[in-house]
Ligand binder design. Structure first.
Ligand code: SD4
Length: 339
């Protein structure tokens, strides 16, 4: 059996399904020790395994989340993350990423083109530059100065197909939960006018109990040139406070930025809310704050606290994530939702 099939089989054996506003028991174990979770189970199945390989060998959470999300960045069949992903409306793939460790150290890049691993560049911004956020051409030049290869600008076959379809109408019309069908194994052809949004956000606790997080994306497909979402914005797409917990977001970035989403989740946990309750309160804030019809948007948060308890909440049905922890295969958790 191939490695990916094996992971899938093991992972499916551990399915955990939640139901809308029912007695779904949110995980609430009190524990310390290695654990990793990431948005969209479809991606978690492979990404968490890479992170887990580091965590189970007593590696650092920071190294784990970087290696984990790189699995998605490196997969050209991933519609959603990395250089194989869908382009902006002018046909350029522009990538956003952020990383944060247990010491409030942060690094981010946005609107970066032709560089294979934006999360690695984000980490280099954090570790090798006097800054925390570098964008566009400057980010690309910084990446090259750090040894990255400037890749050819080409669209993957599936991205070219999606883009050609999209050009027929050129309508910016978000589809919610499209990530579910766009994991590593299943690039899906889009119908004209549809597009996907895409991200992997990963948060982890290592053997020492330290937290870190990483978030990487091509952002909203067919977005305006220069558009940046929440994923590279520390406090929006990702936040870590090692005394409290960590959170990351997926979905419509404009809405997550509006409420400083991941920071808000961590602050709710600081006030004593469980990870699930904290995520729910942040989603409720979005529901109230958005100028759009909440039914037209999707946002999901995942969070972990210092005790190793974790949870999630989404605006709408369909969001899921994958968790990997000691003595368990990567398993799916279906998020509760509001609408
Ligand atoms: C963005 N939040 O650029 C990202 C997209 C995303 O699942 O997460 N999609 O707005």
């Amino acid at each position: 059996m191939k490695r990916r099939e094996l992971i899938k089989t093991i992972g499916l054996a551990g399915l955990v399904f939640g139901l809308k506003k029912t007695a779904f028991a949110a995980p609430s174990k009190s524990r310390k020790g290695p654990i990793v979770l990431s948005t969209w189970f479809n991606q978690s199945q492979t990404a968490n395994v890479a992170a887990w390989n580091i965590l189970e060998n007593k590696g650092k959470a920071l190294d784990a989340v970087e290696a984990g999300v790189q699995v998605s960045e490196n997969d050209v069949n991933n519609c959603c993350v990395g250089l194989g992903a869908n382009p902006d409306r002018e046909g350029h793939v522009t990538l956003d990423a952020s990383i944060m460790n247990h010491k409030f150290q942060i690094g981010a890049v946005a609107a970066m083109e032709r560089i294979k691993s934006p999360i690695h560049v984000a980490r280099q911004v954090m570790e090798n530059s006097p800054h925390v956020f570098i964008v566009g051409k400057g980010a690309q030049e910084f990446a090259v100065s750090q040894g990255a290869k400037l890749e050819e600008e080409t669209l993957s076959d599936h991205a070219q197909k999606s883009y050609d379809e999209w050009l027929k109408k050129s309508e910016y019309k978000p589809l919610i939960n499209i990530e579910k069908n766009h994991g590593p194994q299943m690039p899906m052809e889009l119908e004209s006018g549809e597009f996907n949004h895409d991200t992997i956000g990963m948060i982890a606790m290592d053997e020492e109990g330290n937290l870190s997080g990483a978030c990487t994306t091509s952002g909203m497909a067919f977005k305006m040139r220069g558009r940046v979402g929440d994923s590279p914005v520390i406090g929006a797409g990702l936040y870590v406070d090692n005394e409290v917990g960590a959170a990351t977001a997926t979905g419509h970035g404009e809405e997550v930025i509006r409420i400083c989403g991941s920071f808000l989740v961590v602050e709710f946990m600081r006030q004593g809310y469980s990870p699930e309750q904290a995520c729910k309160k942040a989603v409720e804030r979005i529901q109230k704050a958005t100028p759009r019809n909440p039914k037209d948007i999707q946002v999901g948060f995942i969070a972990i606290n210092k005790k190793g308890e974790y949870g999630s909440y989404a605006l709408q049905d369909g969001f899921d994530y994958g968790v990997t922890e000691l003595n368990k295969s990567t398993y799916q958790v279906k998020s509760k939702f509001i609408l």
